[in-house]
Ligand binder design. Sequence first.
Ligand code: EPZ
Length: 463
Amino acid sequence: MARMAGSRRPEQRLVIEGGVRLKGTVRVSGAKNAILPMLAATVLTSGECVFTGVPRLRDVAVMETILRRLGAAVRWETGPDGTGVLRVSARNLSSHRVSEDLMGEMRSSIFLMGPLLGRLGRARVSTPGGCAIGPRPIDQHLRGLAALGATIRQQGAHIEAEAASLEGTEIHLDIPSVGATENLIMAAVLARGTTVIRNAAREPEIVDLQNFLNRLGARVRGAGRDTIRIDGVRRLGGAEHAIIPDRIEAGTFMVAAAITGGEVILENVIPEHLEAVIAKLREAGVGITEDREAMVLRVRWSSRPRATDFKTLPYPGFPTDMQPQVMALAAVADGTSVITESVFEQRFGHVPELIRMGARIKTEGRIAVVEGVERLTGAALDAPDLRAGAALVLAGLAARGRTVLRGVNHLERGYERFEERLRSLGARVYRLAWPPSVGSVAGGRPSEGGQAEETSRAAWVAG
Ligand code: EPZ
């Protein structure tokens, strides 16, 4: 498990030797953005919740710590297939406060407000800061909770919410916010009467949350469509639930196959959750065959990808979480692509890093114009956030020469054993303590996790 922030370990970097066509089979992990709201939902019940197919991610570790500090019992086990099993019991909650350090560590913990209000009638969180991809406001969350009857007081960086009881009501979201939809569903399941959420987000992770809550005894209907109805119940029980596969991790491995000119089989994938990504990659000339029954996708490179335009939109539109990765593919495509990021305010942190590798990209506001080049060149790069970091790994896999990437901690937030699974597909990607010291670049190939030998860093990185 990734260690918590604060326990300062030596800096680590990824070293990637580009040019290998990925080949083989990879099993997709459980969805980060499904397990996170479900872990928050465990606060609603004193019953035991057992999740299977749980990815071992940094963000899951943060949510685990938040739950333990609230008084819940959380225990990891390993399932028969080697994937994570999380047992959570929030029978004895001793606090309604989500500590500031953990809110800063993971802003999406804001969706603990709904469950805490539903179970305890109180919640105290800190305003989650913005992050590399935008200011990340929470007005939709707070408006909806107030509509359900919560009194919300903002005191500096803290938000206190109280509700003697939550009353079902009709809420119309200004934007189909994923987190606000999840927060309000969770607040409404124990409210008195019926709540209707209109202009709700439609992501598959919200459908998975609905299925889990209904297993606990809640009465939620309509997730996956833009109107969700929740009939409040008095209490919830326990349940076991298998997490849906991570569609963004799957999409990331699909682009890894396409950008390296390889052929990869993905197991444990739900193609319906990836329709916009599959359509766009096919438009770019990538060969994709799907077996929905067997939950398998085969991705095969056939020729240099063609340039394609796309615009990120709420589900089922093209997912914003795949924009950086597909931009990396566009950077080496034949032609010019116009990419519009309509969901987040500033999700182009990967652009200056791709330009350092020789990409030709111009941005204006939320639009990026990418003129494809034949080949990128490895460089020393900084990952500004999770998905930008993934995009830079993909670019490094395809580039000529060596790439050294800082910001491994970002990757650990959303990709389980990322470099290990890429290596299983033939990639030459290694994690090194930095600065390198004796031992591991002998022959120009870093050993896995070893210490690199004493060399001048600039010369070494330049390869
Ligand atoms: C969820 O974030 C995901 N995170 C994000 O994935 C994903 O990019 C995003 O949904 C969009 O699909 C989790 O599920 C844990 P939003 P969330 O509320 O809920 C604005 C990843 O890489 N907004 O749908 O925070 C907001 O600023 C992460 O896995 C308001 O204006 O996203 C943004 O522009 C990154 N007011 C837009 O809506 C609000 O109250 C979409 O945000 C809330 C949001």
